[in-house]
Design a protein around this ligand. Structure first.
Ligand code: HEC
Length: 200
């Protein structure tokens, strides 16, 4: 207790010297203690708990369960912001002629509709077997500008089922598909008929 007395005396000296309105009492010390404990618990919670959950395999991993609303919102926001910041603003070099749109439609049927659906059917695989779910373009056409869609298709999206197409098909083809997707609901009549008519 000697040391405690010494401390108390020093505290009085400090209080007098700086003319403090109240002694730096046990109230202040109590507050500091709670603050430091809270800080430690916070750091522990943020760093250690998720690490343990991941390491010991408690994280849900199957793709069939329904993605929660908050995960979907966060994921979409993250994708939208990253693409807006990182993609170069390129012009589509493939003008939206009937021929290019038709070729885009064909490429879409070959490579994309199995997951993204077509005019006749949503993809069952895309709507139940992916986490996040695959957007079904006939019901939910992409609203991003073409330079952003191009970047997504060329480079893919991490932690989703959307792979990068850059090694599978030349850029012109990606631009054609992207052109087709952004004209999905105002296609020339003959291309639209083809899109509506044929199903997988
Ligand atoms: C194996 C399934 C699969 C295939 C095949 C596939 N995608 Fe995707 N695609 C996805 C998934 C999953 C997402 C959702 C990614 C997300 O939520 O961040 C996605 C997202 C996208 C997006 C972003 C949509 C938006 O509005 O943000 C575009 C554009 C896209 N795909 C185009 C294509 C094109 C074009 C092809 C064919 C060349 C294709 N995808 C093939 C699974 C697929």
């Amino acid at each position: 207790m000697v040391s405690a007395n010494v401390w108390l005396r020093q505290r009085d000296i400090v209080n007098q010297r700086y003319n403090l309105p109240f002694p730096r009492s046990s109230l202040t010390r109590g507050f500091m203690r709670i603050f430091v404990c809270g800080l430690l618990v916070g750091v522990f919670g943020i760093l250690v708990v998720p690490a343990v959950v991941l390491w010991f395999g408690y994280i849900p991993i199957v793709a069939t369960s329904d993605p929660s609303r908050w995960e979907t919102l966060i994921g979409r926001r993250a994708l939208a912001s990253a693409v807006a910041r990182q993609a170069p603003k390129l012009e589509n070099p493939m003008p939206p002629t009937s021929d290019n749109l038709r070729l885009g439609l064909e490429a879409y049927r070959d490579g994309c509709s199995g997951c993204h659906g077509d005019a006749a059917n949503s993809s069952r695989w895309g709507t139940s077997g992916f986490y996040p779910r695959v957007p079904q373009f006939d019901v939910e056409p992409p609203v991003k500008p073409e330079w952003q869609l191009f970047w997504i298709v060329k480079h893919g999206v991490r932690y989703t089922g959307m792979g990068a197409w850059e090694t599978l098909t030349p850029d012109e083809n990606i631009w054609r598909v992207v052109g087709f997707l952004s004209h999905l609901h105002n296609l020339p009549a003959e291309v639209d008929a083809e899109w509506r008519h044929a199903s997988r």
